[in-house]
Design a protein around this ligand. Structure first.
Ligand SMILES: Nc1ncnc2c1ncn2[C@@H]1O[C@H](COP(=O)(O)OP(=O)(O)OP(=O)(O)O)[C@@H](O)[C@H]1O
Length: 388
């Protein structure tokens, strides 16, 4: 038996003038789930969050929490609370007054306010800063105040819009763990909007990937990585070598390269992309039987190294990763073989090549010694999508 979901989004459509921001989105979120809405800028994730909160009115569809249809209810009557990107703290109030504000506005008694604010300050580890004003706090501490203020009202559903975007990279990483701990500890259901796939992967139980107002895939982080449902998801989640071609019974026939064996359930002959994760690419001077190539660069990342290999006929280097350091140096002649690969459908309006036998290869670089900010690096806009 499946338990009733806490939140049901059913056929929600949102329109701004000529722009359809959401095309009939349907999804369920379970009680106590940490759920992420992930996608590039403009994909509609904020519109969906704001529709749940009551700040937008969808053109069609239903939004149901615990069996209650939310759409007729104004924002302040909904059993949800939203934490904004900017945190929206009152600068002239202390930490504890900021947290107490919402309860005071609701007319909760003084003694209860004191108890609840005290408890929440302990949960977010702010007890020692109760008398400070927001200007006297670090970014991470301000973020905790905003969270405490949202949690203290005990909403059934807490909506967080890019909760960590104002923080620098290191603080963000520790706050990701903190948010997860907090969610677990207070037993609330969290819906987080983020464009940062690493953030979504590290925190969420399940992720809805949105693209241009459509739900591309809804799955656990592990499933999205291992079994992406589309080329978009494969490029957006983690690092991938994407080899365009056509589906065969055994995999994908890639022009200029031949068959890349891959698991799939696509129609034979349909446009397809073989997705090969870097850890499934084996590279070495002693590797034979696959492609031949030349090492262009190696990146040591601590626990792993990324090796980029130029293969004749491919317009961009392939990426491989190995545990620890690699002995391969730039210029080394190597063999390349593929292990596990998955094939996903490819948009037929985007041909793999223009009359040549060279495939389109997209490589998303997610990290590296001198890589740009991870959030940007992982977005498809940073990927090298090279058409020959
Ligand atoms: N008030 C508005 N008026 C007109 N168009 C809007 C409005 N708000 C959003 N849009 C459009 O709707 C689409 C979805 O926007 P939305 O803000 O939901 O995306 P997003 O995924 O949250 O993006 P970001 O990560 O940049 O915040 C975009 O094309 C956007 O330009």
């Amino acid at each position: 038996m499946t338990a009733e979901p806490l939140l049901r989004v059913d056929g929600v459509r949102a329109v701004y003038g000529d722009t359809v921001a959401l095309h009939d989105i349907s999804l369920d979120i379970a009680h106590n789930e940490f759920f992420a809405l992930l996608g590039p800028s403009g994909c509609g994730k904020t519109t969906l969050l704001r529709s749940i909160a009551g700040f937008e009115t969808p053109a069609a569809g239903r939004i149901i929490v615990d069996g209650i249809d939310l759409l007729p209810l104004p924002a302040h009557k909904r059993p949800v609370n939203m934490m904004f990107q900017s945190y929206a703290l009152f600068p002239h109030l202390s930490v504890e007054r900021n947290i107490a504000y919402g309860l005071e506005a609701e007319g909760v008694g003084r003694a209860e306010i004191r108890t609840r604010v005290g408890e929440v300050m302990e949960v977010v580890r702010l007890g020692h800063l109760a008398k400070r004003r927001p200007s006297q706090l670090s970014g991470g501490q301000r973020q905790r105040v905003a969270l405490a203020r949202a949690i203290v009202k005990r909403p059934k559903l807490l909506l967080l819009d890019e909760p960590l975007s104002a923080l620098d990279r290191q603080v963000r990483a520790s706050m990701q763990l903190e948010l997860k701990r907090l969610q677990h500890e207070v037993g609330l259901t969290f819906v987080v909007v983020t464009h940062d796939q690493e953030e979504a992967m590290s925190m969420a139980d399940r992720i809805a990937v949105l693209n241009e107002g459509r739900l591309e895939q809804l799955a656990t982080p592990q499933e999205l990585y291992a079994d992406p449902g589309s080329r978009f998801v494969a490029a957006f989640i983690g690092t991938a070598n994407l080899l365009d071609g056509d589906a065969t019974a055994e995999g994908v026939a890639v022009p200029g390269m031949g068959l890349v064996p891959a698991a799939h359930s696509l129609d034979v002959g349909s446009p397809a992309t073989a997705v090969v994760r870097p850890e499934d690419v084996t590279v070495g001077t002693e590797v034979s039987g696959g492609l031949r190539g030349t090492v262009v660069d190696t990146y040591f990342l601590g626990g792993a190294s990324t090796i980029s290999v130029e293969v004749p006929g491919l317009p961009a280097p392939l990426l491989a990763s190995v545990h620890g350091a690699t002995r391969l140096a730039r210029g080394a002649e190597v063999g390349v073989t593929f292990g596990r690969a998955t094939a996903v459908p490819r948009d037929p309006s985007q041909p793999p090549s223009f009359g040549t036998t060279v495939p389109t290869t997209a490589i998303t670089v997610t990290d590296g010694a001198d890589a740009p900010d991870a959030a940007e690096a992982s977005a498809p806009t940073r990927s090298q999508d090279v058409s020959a």
